[in-house]
Structure formats: C-alpha cells, structure tokens
Unconditional design. Structure first.
Length: 297
C-alpha cells in the first residue's frame, strides 16, 4: 500500500517531538535522506512520492532509535567536518562545529602564518603536526587533506578510536601522510635520548568536569564515549599533562593549539604560563563569542 513521503516525515517528526527530541523536523528529514541516500536538496522533490511498506518500516525503525536518544550521526554512521566526510560510531566523539573553529585557525597558521588577521609566524611549507587525543581523526585528517606537504600523526589512548580514525584516513585518501599511534598522551613520543618533536601539536582533549557528565544531554551522556568527555574533577586533567609535557615535544617556535571549555580560559592560560616555555599565549572565541581556542608558541 505504501505511504507518501511527506506524510511519513510528518509522522516521524511527531514521534520525535513526543519523545522530547529537539530539532525533530530536521532529524526526521535527515534520517530519511540517509536511508534513501539522497542529498537534502532533493527531498522536496520526493514529498509526493509513495514509499513501499518495507521502506516505511525501515524508516520508523530508524526513528525509534532516534526517539530513544541515539544521535543521528551514529544512526547514519557519519558526520561532515570541514567539508569532509567522517565515519563515526559510539567508539568516538561526534565532531562538532566548535572544533571546526580550531581546525580553521590551525590551517590558517599552517598555510599563511595568520591567526585571526594577525601575521604571527611564517607559513609551514613542510613539517610535522600531531593531533593528540585524535578520536575520529577529524583534526589531523583535515590538516593532511588541506596541506599535502605536512606529515600528520594522530594519537589516542583508545585502540577503538584509532580503528575509526584508520577508516577515516582511508576514506579521505590521506594514508600516505597520516600515521596512527596508540598510547597515553605524549608517552609514545618519549625517546631514551631524544623526544619526537613537532611543528604543531593540536588537541581537543576531554574537558568536561566529572560531576557535569550526568547533566549533559541524554544523547551525549548515554551514547558518546565518556573517556572522550571526562576531564577530571575540574576538567583540567589533560591540560595539566599538556602544559607539562608538550614543550619538550615541540620544535623551537613550535605551536600549541587547544580547544577549551567556555569557562576555562584563565585556568588553561595559567597552566601554560607556569613552565615559562610558551610565549604569545592567546585565547580566541568561537562563532558564538565564547572562549574556545588557545594558541601558544
């Protein structure tokens, strides 16, 4: 018998609304486009089409998953980041728009030596970049894709996360210039006589305070990996390690780029000032004006 697509979408939206899902209209359409493998721009052309029963059943099965709180990105198995497609599943954090700001700043420094209109350094024509706590690999792979002469290392403690990152390396065609390393923060790069050094270390570490994990949206706290979110009692555990260890893994004049929580500016800058190894420490806002990116040289 089937059902018209427009009616199907309305029913899906209502079910999501009744389940308390924000952006129910957007999600009901996104799930349909994923299921049918069509771009959102084509959706309006399908409104009057009749969908076969088995496809209706499949659609509402996906809607049930979203209604239960599963993120759309995990249902679809992918997320776009900086114009590239990344595979995602519950082994990795879903790349977010806030992190695109960090990626854009890093690319601007590498390609032009410019940070928010300020000429700070010479462009990095070739060199080595470390994506620390890489998760899906979205930062490192984006840099490798945009900068063909840059060698990128993606490192993470989670072997599961690195397995996803490996898929994304292959998906985005950067396998020859991205190396994956498993280990605890910077430990894999400590040599007996000499530490591995990089021109840039970029990192989006876990920075949510432990007690705040329970207050996060249901789809985040119940589906995304806690290890990629929990930054310890004050949210600063990983920044302490970075402030202590990063200087010995950066070349002279090397750059440290960090994502931070909106209220962590003063604490993170204070941590970076203590070793007296960094200069020109700056904090930059995201698109909403909240403190988001730390630069230090």
């Amino acid at each position: 018998m089937g059902m018209r697509v427009k009616e199907l979408l309305n029913m899906g939206e209502k079910q999501l609304l009744d389940s308390g899902i924000p952006d129910a209209a957007r999600d009901s359409k996104s799930i349909y486009c994923y299921m049918m493998n069509i771009p959102t721009s084509r959706l309006v052309l399908e409104y009057q089409e009749s969908l076969q029963d088995y496809l209706c059943e499949r659609y509402f099965g996906l809607i049930d998953r979203r209604a239960a709180g599963e993120p759309v990105q995990y249902i679809a198995g992918c997320q776009e980041f900086m114009g590239l497609k990344f595979k995602v599943d519950p082994r990795v954090l879903i790349p977010r728009l806030d992190t695109e700001v960090l990626a854009e700043d890093a690319l601007s420094l590498i390609q032009r030596g410019v940070l928010r209109r300020d000429q700070l350094v010479s462009p990095l024509k070739s060199g080595d970049v470390l994506d620390l706590c890489c998760g899906s690999g979205c930062l490192g792979i984006t840099i490798a894709h945009a900068c063909p002469k840059i060698n990128v290392t993606c490192a993470d403690l989670s072997q599961d996360a690195l397995a996803v990152a490996a898929e994304n390396v292959a998906l985005n065609g950067v396998g020859k210039r991205v190396k994956l390393v498993q280990g605890d923060m910077l430990q894999p790069f400590r040599g007996r006589f000499r530490h591995t050094q990089f021109d840039m270390i970029i990192c989006n570490p876990p920075y949510i305070r432990t007690e705040e994990i329970a207050t996060l949206q249901k789809e985040v706290r119940e589906h995304e990996p806690v290890g990629a979110l929990d930054g310890g009692a004050d949210g600063l555990d990983f920044y302490r390690i970075i402030a202590k260890d990063a200087p010995t893994h950066l070349k002279k004049g090397g750059i440290l780029m960090l994502e931070i929580g909106y209220d962590q500016k003063s604490d993170v800058i204070d941590l970076l000032q203590r070793p007296r190894c960094f200069s020109d420490i700056r904090c930059l806002p995201d698109l909403t004006g909240k403190d988001r990116v730390i630069y230090a040289r």
